[in-house]
Design a protein around this ligand. Structure first.
Ligand SMILES: [Zn+2]
Length: 384
């Protein structure tokens, strides 16, 4: 998690790294960029380089050495001199001491996620405000000296979420700067930052990421192939997180389509015409890889229904957003022969690849699934 994990943004990266090599470290920085453009990732790379004991000289400028004690701690975002402030969930919690166990647990895993991927910004459930208690606590910790004798950095994520009271308290901190502290405000809504605060910060506008850099990153991270990466990037409006979300949206659409196909296969007497037209849509609009993905999604969905039928409504499932639909499905078909149904799907994947006409494969699969799923129901005495 450092400069080489920054997606695009070469000009801004170079500018920040020059601050370090020139020894002109800002006291307060405002990184204003739209969601997913990488402002938080830049803040982290900058902070990690500043606290490193002996930064390495890269061709593009200084970078964390990754071997000193500071680097080892900052790599996992466990450095006591890098403080990250984020909104806490609504409730009476005003400082770290009042947090509920589950919130502490959520923070812990959010920090791990962001340490792994700086584009997964820490965002707690139901949290919309940075409150005055948090800023007071921050001020207290800044009044102590650095634990490791080096630079200290405060990163305020989504700084626009500071309440008015918090903003005013924070303004005082800016008015009495500590020589060894750099404060970085990150926001996608700079217009919501108190002007008295932003006027005391050096403001850097983080532009949207270039499409080609987004596509590159998607491929490099193994999230999709080049074609899909290019397509996705062109819809992402310069936001890497939006690009990633688009990829999963696509998966969701595919899942919706394949579950629709399954449901159609299970409809009453007149299901055939609609089934045939759905199968044609799927087979004509997609290549074999996509069809395999869809069948994989169908298998996951049935596996989840099976889990719920076996364990109960709270079973650990993959399609958590579909729990209600899966519970209904499990109610109706819970006694079905799921293992055989899954085998049928696996066989269909092989047939799709063996150059059998995908339309025939899919139709055969649907008819077999219909028989298997209703077989159990008629055995229970229910009618199709
Ligand atoms: Zn280091």
């Amino acid at each position: 998690m450092t400069w080489n994990s920054i997606i695009g943004q070469r000009r801004i990266s170079a500018m920040l790294r020059r601050c370090i090599s020139n020894g002109r470290l800002p006291q307060a920085l405002l990184l204003a960029g739209s969601e997913g453009a990488g402002a938080a990732a830049l803040a982290l790379a900058f902070a990690r380089t500043m606290v490193c004991e002996s930064p390495r000289a890269d061709v593009d400028g200084p970078a964390p050495c990754e071997t000193c004690r500071s680097c080892r701690q900052s790599a996992s975002l466990q450095h006591s001199d890098i403080r990250i402030v984020v909104a806490y969930p609504a409730g009476k919690a005003d400082s770290d001491d009042d947090l509920k166990t589950e919130v502490i647990e959520e923070i812990r895993s959010a920090v791990v996620a962001m340490a792994e991927d700086p584009y997964r910004e820490i965002r707690l459930t139901g949290a919309t405000q940075i409150r005055i208690g948090q800023i007071r606590e921050l001020k207290r910790s800044l009044s102590l000296s650095s634990s490791q004798g080096g630079r200290r950095v405060v990163i305020i994520l989504r700084a626009d979420e500071m309440t008015t009271e918090a903003s005013n308290a924070f303004l005082k901190t800016l008015e009495e700067p500590h020589a060894d502290v750099t404060v970085i405000l990150v926001t996608s809504r700079p217009e919501r930052i108190l002007p008295t605060i932003s006027s005391r910060c050096q403001e850097l506008v983080i532009p949207p990421i270039d499409d080609v850099d987004i596509a590159d990153a998607l491929v490099r991270r193994g999230l999709c192939d080049e074609t899909e990466a290019r397509l996705t990037a062109s819809f992402a409006q310069g936001s890497f997180t939006r690009a990633v979300a688009l990829l999963s949206d696509d998966m969701k659409t595919q899942r919706e389509d394949i579950v629709d196909l399954l449901r159609t296969s299970l409809k009453g007497r007149d299901f055939r015409p609609r089934l045939i037209s759905l199968v044609a849509d799927i087979a004509e609009g997609r290549d074999k890889v996509r069809i395999e993905t869809m069948l994989g999604l169908l298998a996951l969905w049935l596996r989840d229904a099976h889990m719920i039928a076996a364990v109960g409504p709270n079973a650990a499932i993959v399609n958590t957003d579909q729990r209600d639909a899966l519970i209904k499905f499990a109610d109706a078909f819970g006694a079905a022969d799921f293992p055989s149904a899954l085998t049928v799907i696996e066989r269909s994947v092989r047939e799709v690849y063996r150059n059998v006409h995908p339309q025939i494969t899919l139709l055969t699969m649907c008819m077999t699934l219909r028989r298997l799923l209703y077989g159990a129901r008629s055995a229970q005495g229910a009618s199709a």
